[in-house]
Every structure is written in C-alpha cells, then in structure tokens.
Design a binder for this molecule. Sequence first.
Ligand code: GLA
Length: 361
Amino acid sequence: MNPGAATFRAPGRVNLIGGQVDYHEGWVVSLAIDRDVRVRATPRSDGRVVAHSSHFDGQVDIPADGTADPPATRPQWGRAIAGVTRVLAEKGREPVGADLEITSTIPVGSGLSSSAAFEVACALALCDAAGFALHGTDLALAAQRAEHVATGVPCGIQDQMASVLGRAGHAVFLDCRTLTVEHVSMPPELCVLVVHSGVARTLEGSPYAERRAESEAVAARLGVRVLRDATLEQVHDIPRGRHAVTEMTRVREFARALRERDLDALGPLMLASHASSRDDMEVSIPELDILVECLVDAGAYGARLTGAGFGGCVVAIGPAAAATTSAAQATAEYRARTHREPTAWTVRASDGAGRVDEPGR
Ligand code: GLA
C-alpha cells in the first residue's frame, strides 16, 4: 500500500425535476446517485499531475501549477483535469504534483453528470495531495468553473451541488440563487428508475448553450437579470420564458409534495415538466418522448427527460415493489417502437463526494 495515497469519490446525479432553470437561479430537486467517479491520488515530487483513466485512452501529463491551457490539453479528457488544476491554482493550492488513477461507474453522455462528478472527484484528490481544502458550495463552484474553463460549456450549478451535497436516502432541494440546500427524505415505497434511451449526447456540440442563450434573451427583453424574477403574466406568450417560470413553480410544488408525502402529486408534475421541456423549451427528441410514454404505460407515476436533453436518459418514479417488472416492460416496448437499445437501472440516493475509507488505513 502506498502511504501517501488516498481515494476520493464523487457521485453522478439525477435531476428529478427542474430542467433548464439552474442558470436562471431557479430551484431543482435532484439525487446524488449510487454511481460515481473515483480518483486515487498519490503525491508526486516533480510538480506534475499525471492521470490515467480506466475509461479513456492515453495519459494526461500537465504541470500542477495551473499553467496548462485547459482547452488545448490532450488527450481530450485531460481538459477537465487541466481546468480543475487551473481553478485550484487560482484559489491558492500549492503546485504539488500527483498521480491520479480514475475509474467511473457513471455512463458518459447520459445526462447523469459524469463530467461534474469527474471534476469534483479530481478537485478533492488534488486538494488533498497539496494539503488544501475546499468544502461544500466552494467545492461545487470550483468544479463548475473548471467545466467552463475546460470546455466552454456554460453549465449551471445544479450538477456539482448535488454531487457535493447529496445525502443517502434523501433528495437535494436546491435554491440556485442562495445555493441553500434542503435534504428531503425519499419515501422508501418509491423507486427511482433511470433509463438510457440509447441515444448518446454530450453537452458540447448539443444545442444546450443555444437554448440557454435563447432563454437569457427573454430575461433581457423583459428587463430582468434572470427568469426567476419574471412573472407568469410576463412570459405567458413566450415559450422559452414560460418553460422557466412554470418549471420553477413545479419544482417547489414537487418539493412540498415530497416533504408532505403527497405521492400522488409527484408523477403529474414530472409529466408536466417533460411536456414543457418538449414543447416550450424544445430540448427533447422523439426517443425521449416515447420512452416517457413507455414508462407510464408500464406503471410509472411520472417520468421526464433528465439532464440537458437531446438524448441521454429519462428518469421515472414508481412503486418500489414493481420496479423490475416495470423496467422490463418499458424497455421492451421502447425497443419495439424505436429499434434503439435502452439500458435501465434503479438508482438510490447516495451521500455526496468525499474520501473513500480504505480498510487498514
Ligand atoms: C446540464 C447542465 C446543468 C443544467 C441542466 C439542465 O446538466 O450541466 O447545469 O443546466 O443541463 O437543467
């Protein structure tokens, strides 16, 4: 065993409701899930960060002082590591090198925030190697900035906050303006099912940035900084604005229903969220719409696309007792209707990012 080595994990997340509203300082309800990125870090004395991944080819080898240019870093998956290294250097982390061994159980391109988890786990590992600490919201904000710096994708804050602040057995109800979190316990009789549509997507190259710009243009037109400050009356005839304002209301209603165990209310809110994402925000694709229908046909209370849209996963909630049969029925119907290969798994709310205890240490 290497005495200086330590392992850190950061979970992916599934957004139960609250699509395309984090960047308007809205509310979202997510779970940190029981799939994660793990980074084993061993300090190096030569001031280099050298990373290997079980998932991606090649070796990343960059200076630990943040001077590597993130977008220019090769292989491509190293951009995020360069982004994290740069952001941590800006925050005062000493340029201590480290070997990083990275593994992941989060499917890439699924809408389960593999990249946010990657950045959070790398940040924790690099902080530890240099005796530097970042916690909670500061860690989430650093990981978000690393994504901006590395890829230019103008992501919001919900993924990183869920990955950092998740709690086992609980949903994370996040206010993206104040960055305050309420942990709401998940009813044990409820199961959360995630189904990949078989259509991959990455945020980069998807119309995510375009949609974000379109809805920010609505705010500008109305003279408000973000759509959290718009009223339904103001956006009534503007689809992008209407999506944001109605979605924020649905999220708060969803959190209330979860808190008060008003389970009948949850499904219709998710379905309304999907319809609004499809019709007003236009971030769905036919496969995701069909998958939502198949899940409801198979007994789910509600389902909606999760993540940025344009492919990836649908999330559904349903009775825990019927999870396996519902998943089998929904995926069979979806396969028959689309000739795509879906993948389904149940997810459990897990704890947020942190050090992994290693026996014997
Ligand atoms: C991506 C972004 C998030 C959020 C969602 C859409 O996952 O990373 O910040 O904007 O899309 O809700």
